[in-house]
Write a protein that binds this ligand. Sequence first.
Ligand code: SF4
Length: 274
Amino acid sequence: MAKFRAPEPFSGGIFLTYKCTSMCRHCMYACSPKWSEDWIDVKGAEKVLTILSERLRGKYPSRSNTIGVNYGVHFTGGEPFLNFELLLKLTEVAHSLELPSLFVETNCFWCVNDKVVEEKLKRLKSAGLQGILISANPFLVEYVPFERIVRCERIGRKVFGGNVIVYHDLFYSQLKRLGLKGRISFEDYLEFMVKKCRGEIPLALSFNSVLPMGRAPYKLGYLYRRYPAKVFFSESCRRELTREWHVHIDNYFNYITGYCGGISLGDARELDSL
Ligand code: SF4
């Protein structure tokens, strides 16, 4: 039987939890409020961050300060701001280990007023965080009022300057054009798209914006062409499983290399032996 070594990571996301305030139809890991509060253990997280700092050494310019979706290290989930003190603690640890391009990913549920947002982002920045990735898409705004996402972007730019990523830009501009206030169902969003920007639908629902994994095939599969399982029998997951450019490590320390919510290469705390 062929064996392969776990690839050397270039960038990674650390899950604090699978718990989330939302249940987005496209969620890669089917996160939801129903998950238990299994927060990542701090000691284990310290070990993983230490390993990552060793593995990433020399791969980034010293004092690397730019952030990118597949660049550096970020905290994610689930929703990291559900446990702000843990997020703060892990940011301090990651900063002390000089992990490059450190940022957090959020759904903005907590951005209820300017004061709260500015205060939390400034505390994170003081702890060493370098930027923020803000989720914006039609699946999230079924749960989180759009104003909170806009607020996070505005104040995020004040605190982190250029180190703010809105993911996904295309969706964000569509929701702005829609003049959205509050929340909207995915069905209403689609109706708007069909009426006002029909030409953008294929791109909005293509591979880059929606990954066919997690909850998406169950909740959005009806929008795509379907194939019988035998069509995929000759495919190989090898490239996905040996992917190094971005890995995920979840709160159970599963080392997940590809866009796969179900296959772990092993315990990230034992990366040397994988
Ligand atoms: S906000 Fe993010 S983590 Fe939460 S359900 Fe939506 S996609 Fe998943």
